[in-house]
Write a protein that binds this ligand. Structure first.
Ligand code: C2E
Ligand code: CA
Ligand code: CA
Ligand code: CA
Length: 280
């Protein structure tokens, strides 16, 4: 309305847009608080594929917000806001429980899919974090070795003295820890080998280039080979092309995840993938 009242000068239009965005953010913030109590959050599940057998090994739980007027919203639009407001704590607790519940429900003799859950810095810095994970496992009946916590290296390294013993305690009972988006931070593999970690998720930015860029391919190959020497399991993120999957299999990457096999899907669709080979 500012632009209309005062003429079409660039500055006024710009101010008006900033103003609108700020108002929208405020509105969304209030909405997010309500979303938690009105169960508007949903989990989608993206399969993680064993590159050797091409079977579904497990899923990553990815949160979405079924907003009453905006429709299904991407976490990129509300996770940062949840972190700013502290709402990430109740949100994260809900995600952990719901994901464990879904995974517990999927367990069958001969079919024991894993569930990977993203954990943010604030959750990890809560003194009660370990207990809350243990309680989620106990209450849902999910065997602890079926749960993987995904954490970025920046979050682990920021407060290593606090975080390392917590992760160690969880690994003690069988919970797996994955470094998310590996390769986008600053730490070396040699350093990571001293951390309480089981899985490296190689960031999509590497996977994007493995079939087109020789240097990126050499780097990815070296990361995968060295990871295995250090007893990490490797997961390639964001696999979109069959050629990438073939390359990764040849490089002996253990698992792959990406649109090539499936986008994140709802619980019913995720269940339907279990026990079937997805192929490529
Ligand atoms: P992330 O943990 O790195 O998750 C992977 C993201 O890559 C997901 O986006 C997934 O849909 C997308 N992706 C997977 N395969 C492909 C592919 O082949 N191509 C492309 N272009 N993208 C692919 P999504 O679901 O939008 O999640 C974005 C980010 O939001 C996640 O990145 C994670 O950092 C955060 N997030 C999602 N759920 C949660 C949650 O429950 N808690 C926390 N703290 N963060 C979450
Ligand atoms: Ca993740
Ligand atoms: Ca990731
Ligand atoms: Ca990523």
């Amino acid at each position: 309305y500012l632009a209309k009242d005062r003429g079409q000068s660039g500055i006024v239009v710009y101010e008006s847009r900033v103003h609108t965005e700020a108002l929208e953010r405020l509105a969304l913030r209030a909405d997010l608080q309500r979303a938690l109590t009105r169960s508007e959050l949903v989990l989608h599940y993206q399969p993680i594929i064993d590159l050797r057998t091409v079977a579904v090994k497990g899923f990553e739980a990815l949160v979405r917000w079924q907003h009453p007027t905006r429709g299904l919203m991407s976490p990129a639009l509300f996770i940062p806001m949840a972190e700013e407001t502290g709402l990430i704590l109740p949100l994260g607790a809900w995600v952990l429980r719901a994901a464990c519940e879904a995974a517990a429900d999927m367990q069958r003799p001969g079919c024991a899919p894993t569930m990977s859950v993203n954990v943010s810095a604030q959750q990890l810095s809560q003194p009660g974090f370990v207990d809350s994970v243990l309680a989620a496992l106990t209450d849902t009946g999910l065997p602890s070795d079926r749960l993987t916590l995904e954490i970025t290296e920046t979050v682990i390294l920021r407060d290593l003295d606090t975080v390392a013993p917590r992760l160690a305690a969880l690994r003690e009972v069988g919970v797996k820890v994955a470094i998310d988006d590996f390769g986008t931070g600053y730490s070396s593999l040699a350093y990571l080998s001293s951390l309480p970690v089981d899985v490296l998720k190689v960031d999509k930015s590497f996977i994007d280039k493995v079939t087109t860029d020789k240097q990126a391919a050499s780097l990815a190959e070296a990361i995968i080979a060295l990871s295995h020497k250090m007893h990490f399991t490797t997961v390639a993120e964001g696999v979109e092309q069959p050629e990438q999957a073939a390359w990764l299999r040849k490089a002996r990457c253990t698992y792959g995840q990406g649109y090539l096999w499936s986008r994140p899907v709802d619980l019913a669709a995720a269940r339907a993938m279990l026990g079937s080979e997805v192929g490529f």
